[in-house]
Design a protein around this ligand. Sequence first.
Ligand SMILES: [Zn+2]
Length: 315
Amino acid sequence: MNYLIYPIKIMNITQTYENDFSHSRHTVGTPKDYPIDDNCGKSGANGYFYCPCDEVEVKKIYGVGTSSTNCLWLESTSKVITPTFNDYVTIMIGHIEDSELKKLKVGQRFSRKEAIALEGRDGFATGEHFHIVVGKGKFAGSGWVKNTNGIWVINTTGGAVKPEDAFFIDNTFTTIKNSAGLNFLDLYMPILEDKYYYTTAESLNVRLGPGTNYNAINTLPKNSRIKVLDFINNWAKITDKEYIAGNYVTKKVPDKYYETKHTTADFLNVRSKPAGTILKVRAPLPRGTTVAIMEESNGWIKIDKDRWIYAKYVN
Ligand SMILES: [Zn+2]
């Protein structure tokens, strides 16, 4: 599984996107990005940026030989799994020295945990560190765009994401010295085996196959807890015959979520309210359909907005 992990061996975050020293202009303008600075454990040039997923490709190298701050863009060569999305990922890294960037070429690829570059202080940084910005999706445009504060922020097909929403911590690789209050998820074996995800879209279609060309047989309300058996072309397979769009599931546990169960009748009617009108859209439900348990009332179960089924045929 192509999990995206934190790219540094000793995490020592000296500034998050919330600090107002030099990062706040990134997060109060439009568009935003969410930079962190990490000095890899101590002052001086001692830590490397490692490939955080199965493979990345160098997309752009900027600033070598100029007074502008050096910047490096890496893009994953396939979709990665993060705590909040399953997509390509693009990472922008600042302050690496000319001498390090001269060793790299656009198009060069690195595999998981391979060292890519040493931390630096190019661009008058106060000390050696990596300035790291993460974007969901592929490298877009020139890789960055000026925000309404005149600050260059990352430009990707899916937009900037917070680092704790992008990286898992592989604690066989990274030691956390200081996370500066950011709450990263651990990638340890119980998490790897935990297949639970939560839906993030209202009335998410459940389809018979991995694509919008397959019939939708039901809908799931936002915050339904489901097991994901596999991801196929960014479609999450939730049972042998049910798929939902992979962009609308997350591993982040919401404050409140709905358990899901399965129907046991051959074709189960869906009604507008308890004992109400029989609906014709996304209904009746074939045997084994995954349904959310939003509410139970006098032998009826609410499975989505204005959709109710008879509780006897669910387990
Ligand atoms: Zn920075």
